[in-house]
Design a protein around this ligand. Structure first.
Ligand SMILES: [Zn+2]
Length: 332
């Protein structure tokens, strides 16, 4: 049994309190390797933003859970070395799907876990979530639950259609499970193809314009759960500059589209206090690497292409923190 407290990590409780009071959101960035980790930590150290490092079950398979945990521990030390006096870093399991997986993460030093029973019948979701909460809270590990299903594909999570969160269920779910935060479905979506062209309209330049987020559902949830931390998954914006660079350098991303940043900024000011961004980071790295290979076909040292990819990723994260989430300066 390893306690996250001994690793210098924090759970989400104080982070979310600050975010709700201050009208901003905490970034939740996924990582699978060293370059992503360095980009996240250096971006957060430079902007003094609290951060949630997310590990998906795909990341566990790819990089090994033990190694990822030591990397998170290293992240705290690295942050201090970069001059961040009091780093607020949370290590979070993204989309845990069983009690055993959540328990294993709690036992090995994660400070927060998500139990995603959103695909289950309502009562089963409650029973599973409650079981995880009861275990995790013994060790002061915070738990995120989910109501409503997001469309899209990311790692092991996939669903064809949205099922929007039903506001009439949220009070019952939160009080019976004891979760610390709730992920809801209001039209965000996993992956880089968040909407089909048929779901969109087109602007004067012929670019796809996605349907707006369901702020009416968010407002209804907020009304029923005043001051309770809400989470948005699948909140990448899929910058068209990256899609264009990828496609101009041999890629084939068709109809990639995300959530406009002005809508996320709006959400961050509300009870939404954790916003998950993964696909944008993947696009930033891939765009940089594709361009590099295309322009410099004689190079073969991984540092030569991973270095600039890491730089671009850091730039992207700083932009999100300062211009979308508003979490800069919140963890001195
Ligand atoms: Zn998700």
């Amino acid at each position: 049994m390893v306690s996250y407290k001994d690793l210098g990590l924090v759970n989400t409780r104080e982070m979310f309190k600050g975010a709700i009071k201050g009208g901003y959101a905490i970034p939740a960035f996924n990582f699978n390797n060293m370059e992503q980790m360095q980009a996240i930590v250096s971006a957060c150290a430079e902007t003094k933003s609290p951060v949630i490092l997310q590990v998906s079950s795909g990341a566990r398979k790819y990089a090994n859970q033990t190694l990822l945990r030591y990397m998170a521990q290293g992240a705290v030390e690295y942050a201090k070395e970069l001059g961040w006096e009091h780093p607020q870093i949370c290590l979070h399991l993204d989309h845990g799907d069983t009690f055993e997986l959540c328990k294993s993460c709690v036992d090995m030093g994660f400070s927060s876990v998500m139990i995603d029973g959103s695909h289950l019948p309502y009562e089963e979701n409650i029973a599973l979530t409650k079981r995880v909460v009861e275990y995790a809270h013994q060790f002061d590990v915070t738990v995120e639950g989910e109501l409503g299903v997001l469309a899209g594909i990311e790692d092991e999570v996939s669903a064809e259609h949205h099922t929007y969160t039903r506001p009439e269920e949220v009070v019952d779910f939160v009080s019976r499970t004891g979760v610390d935060s709730l992920a809801i479905s209001i039209g965000t979506s996993h992956g880089a193809n968040k909407f089909t062209p048929e779901q969109c309209t087109r602007d004067e330049n012929g670019h796809l314009v996605p349907p707006p987020l369901r702020f009416d559902i968010l407002k209804e949830v907020e009304k029923r759960l005043p001051g309770f931390p809400i989470v948005l998954h699948g909140s990448s914006s899929v910058p068209q500059e990256y899609v264009d660079i990828i496609n101009a350098n041999g890629g084939k991303l068709k109809d990639a589209i995300g959530i406009p940043e002005d809508q996320l900024r709006e959400a961050a000011k509300s009870a939404v206090c954790k916003i998950n961004i993964d696909s944008d980071g993947r696009l930033a790295m891939t765009a940089t690497i594709r361009k590099f290979f295309n322009e410099q076909p004689d190079k073969f040292d991984p540092r030569q292409y991973l270095g600039p990819a890491r730089e671009e990723l850091k730039k992207l994260y700083m932009h999100k923190i300062v211009n979308v989430l508003g979490s800069d300066g919140k963890a001195q």
